[in-house]
Design a protein around this ligand. Structure first.
Ligand SMILES: *[C@@H]1O[C@H](CO)[C@@H](O)[C@H](O)[C@H]1NC(C)=O
Ligand SMILES: *[C@@H]1O[C@H](CO)[C@@H](O)[C@H](O)[C@H]1NC(C)=O
Length: 193
């Protein structure tokens, strides 16, 4: 009895955590995040904050590009508002609960490097002529996604037009409630054991 209750609660907690935390980053993404912030520091600029919605979109876009050839990366011009050039952009945007007009000032920046060699990836961001975007204090947040040879960096702004903010405020509230419930149940489990 006790153990079936316990497994029920475990499933419940795991379910809630998956619902409220759809974004998982991997080591390579964390390293790139750190390296981009080192670059910002070297430019005497504030560090990028993590933007979870942008990371969600970056992951999903990377999934879509996964099987494309590196040589096709030129197709996705790196300019503000280039989102619609990506396959299924609007569908993926909605799936990450990102409001319609909150991506136009953002930058979506794909880089394709065989085996995601760390130095080549970083150099592709910091040593290309698009590095002007990394040096621009207007861009304050970042979301990173990667799959196979592709990495996508999304730069967001504090202004609404590039915030990648969630459409309905209630979505954020529901996420928060799930999170708090999960924390409470987690505490309960700790007390139980
Ligand atoms: C987005 O922007 C367009 C053009 O500025 C406007 O017509 C539309 O109503 C906006 N949509 C939302 C959901 O704010
Ligand atoms: C970017 O990556 C490619 C491999 O896809 C590499 O050949 C190129 O040298 C890199 N560019 C920079 C500036 O590091």
């Amino acid at each position: 009895m006790a153990s079936s209750k316990l497994s029920y609660f475990l499933f419940y907690v795991l379910g809630l955590l998956f619902l409220s935390h759809p974004v998982f980053s991997n080591d390579e993404e964390d390293k790139l995040f750190q390296s981009l912030n080192n670059f910002r520091q070297s430019q005497k600029l504030p560090e990028f904050k993590k933007n979870d919605n942008a990371a969600c979109l970056a992951d999903k876009l990377a999934d879509k590009l996964e099987h494309r050839l590196c040589s096709s990366s030129q197709k996705y011009s790196i300019e503000p508002g280039n989102g619609p050039k990506f396959p299924k952009f609007d569908k993926l945007r909605r799936r990450c609960h990102i409001e319609t007009n909150s991506t136009t000032a953002g930058i979506i920046w794909p880089v394709c490097v065989p085996d995601l060699d760390e130095d080549l990836v970083l150099n592709n961001y910091t040593r290309s002529h698009y590095a002007k975007y990394l040096k621009d204090s207007k861009y304050a947040g970042v979301g990173i996604g990667s799959e196979d040879d592709w990495v996508i960096v999304v730069l967001t702004t504090d202004a609404q037009s590039g915030s990648f903010a969630s459409g309905a405020a209630s979505l954020g509230a529901i996420g928060m409630i799930h999170y708090m419930a999960a924390v409470l149940v987690g505490l309960f489990l700790v007390l139980l054991c």
